[in-house]
Design a protein around this ligand. Structure first.
Ligand code: ZN
Length: 339
C-alpha cells in the first residue's frame, strides 16, 4: 500500500527586501539573501531591486539577467530604474535587472555558486540552494503581486538570435490573447507565438500558472549586446508599460513579423564537434532541405564536413555563436513566418 504524507507547509523565504512594496515613490533597494561561505562567514547575496509606485493601478514585474550572460535586458532595466519618476507611473513598476545576480556577476548563464539555471529551477525552494531560494522568492512573493511580467532573454555566449518578443500558446485563450497583444505592443522586429517543448521549471510557466500575462524576448546574443538590440529593449519595455496603462501615451509601434516555432524540426543539433560554419545569416530565408550549417572536423584534413539541413522552410532565427561546436550543441533554429 502506498502511504502518502501531507506536504509540510513551506517556510518563509530567507530573502529580506530593503524596499516597501506598498510605499509610493522611487525606491532603489536590495533583496538580501544570506549566503554563508568560506570568504564571508555571515555573507549575503545582494540583488538590486527598484520599485516605482504611484497609487493604485496595474503592477508590472520586469526582469533581466535570468541567465547571467544576456545583456539587453539588464542594460534597458538599469536605465529604466535610473530614469523612471513616480509622476510618470500609474500603479507600480518592480524592476530586477539581474535576477540571477551571482550568474550575472560571473558573466555566465548559470550560477557559479550552485550551477543553478534560473529558468529550469522554478518553483524553487526556500530551503534549497542560492538559485532555488531566488526562484522561490519570485514564485511566492513577487509574481503574486504582478499583473504583467516581462522577462528579458538573449542568446548568451553560445547562441545568437534575430530580435523577437514572444508569448506562449496557452490553454487559457483570454490570457493568451492579452499576452499576444502585449507582444505586439513591444514592437520588436519579430514577434513569436511559442509552444514550449520543455516548459518544466521555467519562470515563464510559473508566471502563466498563476494566470499572469507573461512576455519574454530573445534579442541577440553572443555574450554581448548591440546598439540596435539595446534600442529594441528600451523601446519595447516602454511600449509594454504604455500598453498596460502604467505609463502615459501610446506605444511607439514598429512593423513586426510573426514567427512560429511549431516543432522540434525547427532545431538542428551537431552530431560531431568541430568548426561550425553557418551557411545562412540570421533573418535570411531558408528552404526545406537547404544546408544551413556545416561542421568541419579539424583533427585531420581530407574528410567532408557534416551537413545540417533545414527540416522546414522559414528564416534562420538562431545560430550557434562561437566558432567551435561540440556534439549535441544547437547549431541552428529555423522559424516559420506566419504573416
Ligand atoms: Zn536566457
Amino acid at each position: 500500500m502506498l502511504v502518502t504524507y501531507p506536504a509540510a507547509p513551506l517556510r518563509p523565504s530567507p530573502i529580506s527586501p530593503s524596499v516597501d512594496f506598498e510605499k509610493n515613490g522611487v525606491q532603489h533597494g536590495l533583496l538580501r539573501l544570506p549566503y554563508s561561505r568560506d570568504d564571508s562567514a555571515w555573507g549575503s547575496v545582494m540583488i538590486p531591486i527598484c520599485v516605482v509606485k504611484n497609487g493604485d493601478g496595474p503592477v508590472a514585474l520586469l526582469s533581466g539577467g535570468n541567465h547571467g550572460d544576456e545583456y539587453e535586458g539588464p542594460l534597458a532595466l538599469y536605465d529604466l530604474a535610473n530614469s523612471l519618476k513616480p509622476e510618470d507611473v500609474t500603479g507600480t513598476v518592480i524592476i530586477v535587472p539581474a535576477m540571477n545576480f551571482p550568474a550575472f556577476q560571473n558573466g555566465s548563464r548559470t550560477s557559479p555558486v550552485d550551477y543553478g539555471n534560473m529558468n529550469r529551477i522554478f518553483p524553487g525552494r526556500p530551503d534549497g540552494t542560492v538559485t532555488e531560494k531566488i526562484a522561490d522568492y519570485f514564485q511566492r512573493y513577487l509574481l503574486p503581486m504582478a499583473d504583467i511580467v516581462l522577462d528579458f532573454h538573449s542568446g548568451g555566449r553560445t547562441l545568437d538570435f534575430i530580435p523577437f518578443c514572444a508569448a506562449h500558446v496557452l490553454e487559457d485563450k483570454d490570457v493568451e490573447a492579452r499576452a499576444m497583444a502585449a507582444v505586439e505592443a513591444f514592437s520588436a522586429p519579430y514577434s513569436a507565438r511559442m509552444l514550449e517543448i520543455d516548459a518544466i521549471g521555467m519562470y515563464d510557466t510559473a508566471a502563466e500558472e498563476l494566470g499572469k500575462v507573461f512576455l519574454t524576448t530573445e534579442l541577440g546574443g553572443g555574450g554581448t549586446a548591440r546598439a540596435a538590440t539595446v534600442r529594441i529593449a528600451r523601446i519595447g519595455v516602454a511600449n509594454v508599460l504604455k500598453h498596460a496603462g502604467i505609463l502615459k501615451g501610446e506605444p511607439v509601434r514598429q512593423p513586426t513579423r510573426w514567427l512560429d516555432m511549431p516543432s522540434v524540426d525547427c532545431f538542428s543539433f551537431a552530431e560531431d564537434g568541430g568548426l561550425c560554419e553557418t551557411m545562412v545569416d540570421l533573418g535570411e530565408r531558408v528552404e526545406k532541405g537547404d544546408v544551413i550549417a556545416r561542421v568541419h572536423g579539424y583533427n585531420r584534413t581530407g574528410r567532408p564536413p557534416q551537413e545540417l539541413r533545414a527540416k522546414l522552410s522559414g528564416v534562420l532565427a538562431a545560430r550557434h555563436y562561437p566558432g567551435l561546436i561540440k556534439p549535441g550543441d544547437c547549431a541552428s533554429v529555423v522559424a516559420v513566418l506566419t504573416d
